[in-house]
Design a protein around this ligand. Structure first.
Ligand code: PRP
Ligand code: URA
Length: 209
């Protein structure tokens, strides 16, 4: 079974509540997606690889640890995952960024791939896949399949809102992928939208409502 972390931190819950509101405008929605991702990253990046470096302080030279930016790949699922990228890059500015383009057929809810470009040496990197919504789980499972086909091995998935079925489907299909979600919601509606959810994340981020 996959390792699943659902956040109960009050700061994250507070921001998720504002994010859900239909009164929240595009500017605030974008800022909140970024901020929540940044908060979540403290926990999700807890075991990031460090490299030893020499640093000269005003008094002496010391061996100390720094992030190995080359070892990390951030991979948003287009489009909505793009909204989370800056939040993560605020924490790991030198991380490489790959992109996977997927859209969900509105009738069948099946994911369709239209783009995949991953950083080199993907097999050696800690990969962090970003998508605010985990609904049926189809898009996340397809993204993990692509990444593994390209050689990716160490993968974490970060989302803001998950449906129970999406968590189950992803963790059963990819038990080696660690999942981090800011909030676990109740269920999907008949059109595959998460309830209570926040609506269509891509449309709210990019103004295509
Ligand atoms: C949304 C969301 C996920 C997917 C989740 O993307 O960002 O990628 O749906 O649904 P699933 O778990 O049932 O697959 P969408 O397909 O609407 O594309 P968009 O980001 O371009 O709006
Ligand atoms: N994709 C979204 O953007 N929202 C949902 O509720 C489900 C899938």
């Amino acid at each position: 079974m996959a390792k699943i972390t659902v956040f109960d931190h009050p700061l994250i819950q507070h921001k998720i509540s504002i994010l859900r509101s239909k009164e929240t405008d595009r500017k605030d929605f974008r800022e909140l997606v970024s901020e929540i991702t940044m908060f979540m990253s403290y926990e999700a990046l807890r075991d990031l690889p460090l490299k030893e470096v020499d640093v000269e302080t005003p008094l002496t030279v010391t061996k100390t640890k720094m992030l190995s930016g080359d070892a990390i790949a951030v991979v948003p699922i287009l489009r909505a995952g793009l909204g989370m990228v800056n939040g993560l890059l605020n924490m790991v500015p030198n991380a490489a960024v790959g992109h996977i383009g997927l859209y969900r057929d509105e009738t069948t809810l099946e994911p369709h791939e239209y783009y995949c470009k991953l950083p080199p040496r993907i097999e050696n990197r800690q990969i962090i896949v970003l998508d605010p919504m985990l609904a049926t789980g189809g898009s996340a499972v397809a993204a993990m399949n692509f990444i593994k086909q390209h050689g990716g091995k160490k993968i974490k998935f970060m989302c803001l809102i998950a449906a129970p079925i999406g968590l189950q489907v992803l963790s059963e299909a990819h038990p080696d992928v660690e999942i981090y979600c800011a909030h676990l919601d109740e269920r999907l509606n008949e059109r595959g939208y998460i309830l209570p959810g926040l609506g269509d994340a891509g449309d709210r981020l990019f103004g295509t409502l």
